[in-house]
Ligand binder design. Structure first.
Ligand code: NAP
Ligand code: ZN
Length: 358
């Protein structure tokens, strides 16, 4: 079967790859109905740093049709259209039972699709454990909305959740691509009073306002830290969510977040090797009372069904994030390249492989 493969650093290609094998008794084989390209796919191919597994099928954002299930799968059957979480923890691992499901056994173990098991940019793919992974899509939720739940929405909301937002807080969201935009939506839901968004492309600025940003500033127009401090009477925001930018944004977050109770929640990816800079002065020489969380998105079935429920009941509509839609399996490469190029009007590029009624 055909698949879009990360062949070596900085290179992708279409290849014939073996059919996936059904993992008995809990697994499933699925066929993608709609997929999205992700900044993380771009980082996998072009991110540099320590060697990654090459000759690997890319892709982890998908709504799919179940083709076949293992003998012990209870809740899904062939023909079902399901949302496939980007993060697929092994819920049978003891570490998962202790709350460490995203890093059980080894770090990032929950990020399997397109990383340690073949991804969704293929005619078919396998999931090791269907009942704990796949998510039912409620009636009324559209294909594109479901597609936005599997990674973008859960990651943005993970960012907001770890920022420990309290009612009335001032929250700064650094980066307003799809992840930052969903962090804004999450912050608004969690009771943030003021949400300062930092980004530049007009389409994202417009969406930031739609999802609840009260102020939007561009990192291209001067010192972000100085401006955010000036906007907050020198105190800084209570919470900072980092959802974009290079190594410098980590330092900026520590510089700006409030002393004593400031919380930084990072869901951003830092490419290459080396270290991020923790500023000694604004970091209180190690005693500033500033908390830093660094998190992979929450995943698995229950989490994605919660995201879908937020959509079902009209709390968040992630569909406006899909600015570009391609039709046909072969256009996965176009969506991937567009995600790398980031034209001014792009938020997310989706590929509809088969139009289906949900
Ligand atoms: P994206 O589309 O590239 O968006 C990045 C945003 O950051 C854009 O708004 C960009 O502004 C902005 N930006 C760039 N430089 C900046 C700076 N110096 N200061 C502030 N903002 C800056 O990326 P995405 O798809 O939203 O993903 C965001 C990050 O989350 C990526 O690193 C991705 O790999 C990571 N991610 C993590 C997880 C996880 O599980 N933790 C899951 C998915 C993605 P412009 O408007 O100028 O483009
Ligand atoms: Zn993704």
């Amino acid at each position: 079967m055909k698949a879009f493969v990360f062949s070596e650093p900085y290179k992708t290609e279409w290849r014939e790859v073996p059919e996936p094998v059904l993992a008995e008794p809990y697994g499933a084989i699925l066929s993608p109905v709609a997929v999205c390209a992700c900044t993380s796919d771009v980082h996998t191919v072009f991110g540099g740093g320590k060697p990654k597994q090459t000759n690997h099928v890319l892709g982890h954002e998908c709504v799919a049709k179940v083709v076949k299930t293992g003998a012990q799968v209870k809740d899904f059957k062939a023909g079902d259209i399901v949302a496939v979480p980007a993060i697929t923890p092994d819920w049978r691992a003891v570490a998962s039972q202790e709350g460490c499901e995203r890093h059980a056994g080894e770090h990032f173990s929950g990020h399997r699709l397109g990383r340690t098991i073949p991804g969704v940019f293929a005619e078919r793919f396998a999931i090791p454990d269907a009942d704990t992974t796949l998510a039912h899509i409620p009636q009324g939720v559209t294909l594109k909305q479901a597609l936005m739940c599997v990674d973008v929405m859960t990651t943005g909301l993970t960012g907001a959740e770890y920022a420990e937002i309290n009612t009335g807080d001032t929250v700064c969201v650094l980066g307003i691509g799809p992840i930052g935009l969903m962090a804004i939506a999450g912050a608004a839901h969690m009771g943030a009073a003021r949400i300062i968004a930092v980004g530049s492309r007009p389409k994202c600025v417009e969406a930031a306002k739609l999802y609840g940003a009260s102020d939007v500033i561009s990192y291209r127009d001067g010192d972000v830290v100085e401006r955010v401090l000036a906007m907050t009477s020198g105190n800084g925001p209570d919470c900072v969510v980092i959802a974009g930018g290079g190594d410098e944004v980590f330092t900026q977050a520590v510089d700006m977040v409030k002393y004593g109770r400031g919380v930084i929640s990072n869901v951003n990816y830092y490419g290459g090797d080396g270290a991020l800079a923790f500023p000694k002065f604004s970091g209180g020489r190690g005693m500033a009372g500033k908390t830093i969380h660094t998190e992979l998105a929450k995943g698995g079935r229950a989490r994605i069904e919660r995201m879908l429920k937020m959509v079902e009941y009209g709390r968040i509509d992630p569909e406006p994030l899909v600015t570009h839609t391609f039709y046909g399996f072969e256009n996965i490469e176009k969506a991937f390249l567009l995600t790398k190029e980031k034209p001014a009007d792009l938020i997310k590029a989706a590929v509809i492989i088969n139009e289906v009624d949900l």
